[in-house]
Design a protein around this ligand. Structure first.
Ligand code: GLU
Length: 588
């Protein structure tokens, strides 16, 4: 997450072609049909998933294939240098399981990592450093998902990504804007600058970018498996990059302290999902250390007590914003790595607690700032966790669309909702020399100073906002949704669900509607073009107010499982350079 205003409005060609009648080659953000389906923000990634599905792979195989390809085409959002969260629905067993492969703090990490003299250091300085790098979890996550629930090997699922990395892909405006945004950070690290810049400037749009180093890294995984990443030469190269960052002459950045043992000991975690209900839907989302599932459940529980359908749209949207504000006050105060912090999750997601929180909402007037509530009274569990000794101070950062989310389903009805990241755009900025991938800066997702449940500790996973979600109705999958965007992920997923279920929008409209992100900060984040609109003015009559620095929020991907048995894959129609939705058999 970064406090800086991020990309100016990206000017990309907008192609909105509905699947029916669109030529086979057209990049389309909406596709309907039968068989498997995929939605990602990258066309080569969606094609990789489809190729794997066509070869008989299942949703897990296809998700890893798409993710590996996103690591090539969207190297500033995600990759093997980071971590993520995967929600998997296994159709035959009618079961959902989640895989946490979040980065962890190295064993030598200390609580004062970002406040060496008791005072928090500047955020950008913290980001571009070895200290910011957490032990990457992505490869372990891919391995564990494939081993347990996939049907294919690394060799098979990485093949499409290797081809894209080897042959290259054409840079679009979005990619160039992200490099331009990061010129200062990338210039610190020659290996990164050399790959994405010439003479200190971003490579122009249309450039064919190859990444043979990353192709070789994927080949290493194909032949050596997960061990080839967490031990041996590649592991050594990672810790060298963290502990002695490969900087340009005359530059110094803060080193980290990562050991080979940190990589060798890295484990992903299978976790039970967070479950909640909303107007006849059952929502299944990501548990801690992501705050996403809990915050979305709380906000929806609050909203459920209002008859939103009978209201004018602006009143319903005002209530959506107020519910998000209250959920964020709690999320900011209580949530962190569950292996380190006894968070009051049962209370936070209870309907009774939501009823208490709902009483705080004025249906005619914005609250502007909410205090955390007392979920401990609603734990309904003999082992009520201890309350934190001191009220945690909320830290609110403004975030854009870092990270990536993909959705895949297969012909047998299995579903994968997968969000993964290297944190800020371009992560720490450090490319591991010779291996072609950028290391994360996930450690800056910790609160820099306490007291706070989310302070840095050795072996701890920083709190996330990633919210891969699957919704069921009458025991059958109804839709899946997720998005990038730091803490705005929570509101993007929440608002899309609200748009779809309460405002009755079809999924493409729900996704393309202007995003309004209220996170209990000074003002609500909005997108360019929203301020001054009829919709904005109507909300201002409730006292809602907007952050002056409007920027694109999120880049969501969804799949809808239609009652007639068809599927509709839905990606962004206009954000992040337009997404790519594909189905195995079109047009049914
Ligand atoms: N690090 C963020 C999180 O885990 C995701 C990165 C971003 O989108 O800003 O919530």
């Amino acid at each position: 997450m970064t406090p800086n205003a991020l990309p100016r409005r990206l000017t990309s060609t907008i192609i909105i072609a509905l699947a029916f009648g669109a030529p086979a080659w057209a990049k389309t953000p909406v596709a309907s049909g039968t068989g498997g389906a995929v939605a990602t923000i990258s066309e080569p990634a969606s094609q990789a998933a489809l190729a794997i599905l066509d070869r008989g792979g299942n949703a897990v195989d296809a998700a890893v294939a798409a993710a590996a390809t996103l690591g090539v085409t969207d190297p500033f959002s995600c990759g093997v240098g980071g971590g993520g969260f995967m929600v998997i629905y296994l159709a035959k067993e009618n079961r959902v399981i989640t895989l946490d492969h979040r980065e962890v703090a190295p064993a030598a990490f200390r609580s004062n990592a970002f406040a060496p003299d008791g005072k928090a250091i500047d955020f950008d300085t913290a980001v571009a450093s070895g200290m910011a790098v957490g032990v990457p979890g992505t490869v372990r996550g891919w391995h564990d998902a494939l081993e347990r629930y996939g049907t294919m090997s690394f060799k098979q699922v990485l093949a499409p990504a290797i081809k894209v990395a080897q042959d290259g892909f054409k840079l679009n405006d979005n990619f160039v804007a992200l490099v331009t945004e990061n010129e200062k950070k990338f210039a610190l690290f020659p290996e990164t600058a050399a790959r994405y810049m010439r003479d200190g400037k971003a490579l122009p749009a249309g450039t064919l970018l190859r990444n043979p180093d990353l192709a070789n890294t994927y080949r290493l995984l194909s032949s050596g498996g997960v061990k080839a990443f967490y031990s041996g030469k590649l592991a050594q190269a990672i810790i060298d990059s963290v502990n002695r960052p490969p900087v340009a002459a005359g530059i110094s950045v803060r080193p980290g302290q990562m050991a080979l043992a940190d990589l060798a000991n890295y484990e992903a975690r299978w976790r039970q999902p967070v479950r909640s209900t909303y107007r006849g839907y059952e929502l299944v989302g990501m548990p801690l250390p992501s705050s996403g599932g809990v915050a979305i459940a709380e906000a929806l529980n609050i909203l459920e007590g209002f008859d939103l359908k009978s209201m004018p749209r602006e009143k319903a949207e005002h209530l959506y914003m107020e519910a998000a504000r209250l959920a964020f006050a709690d999320r900011n105060a209580y949530l962190a790595d569950p292996e380190y912090v006894d968070a009051p999750v049962a209370g936070l997601v209870s309907k009774e607690y939501a009823a208490r929180r709902r009483e705080l909402i004025d249906p005619t007037q914005a609250r502007h700032h909410a205090q955390p509530g007392d979920p401990y009274l609603f734990q309904q569990d003999p082992s009520v966790p201890l309350r934190p000794a001191a009220a945690a101070k909320a830290r609110l950062l403004s975030e854009s669309a870092h990270t990536t989310h993909l959705a895949v389903s297969d012909k047998d009805g299995n579903i994968v909702a997968y969000t993964f990241t290297i944190e800020s755009w371009g992560g720490s900025g450090i490319t591991v020399p010779g291996y072609g991938f950028i290391l994360n800066n996930e450690m800056t997702d910790f609160d820099f100073s306490g007291p706070h449940p989310n302070v840095p500790e050795a072996g701890k996973r920083p709190r996330s906002s990633m919210s891969p979600t699957i919704a069921f109705r009458n025991g059958k999958p109804a839709f899946t949704i997720g998005s990038p965007g730091g803490a705005t992920i929570v509101t993007t997923v929440l608002q899309t669900i609200f748009n779809h279920i309460d405002l009755g929008m079809d999924m493409p409209s729900a996704l393309n509607a202007p995003r309004i992100s209220e996170r209990n900060g000074q003002a609500t984040s909005i997108e360019p073009g929203f301020a001054g609109s009829v919709q904005a003015k109507a909300l201002e009559r409730f006292g809602q107010r907007w952050d002056a620095s409007a920027e694109e929020i999120g880049a969501a991907n969804a799949i809808v499982f239609n009652p007639d048995g068809t599927v509709t894959a839905v990606s962004e129609g206009k954000r992040h350079g337009v997404g790519s939705a594909l189905v195995q058999k079109r047009g049914h």
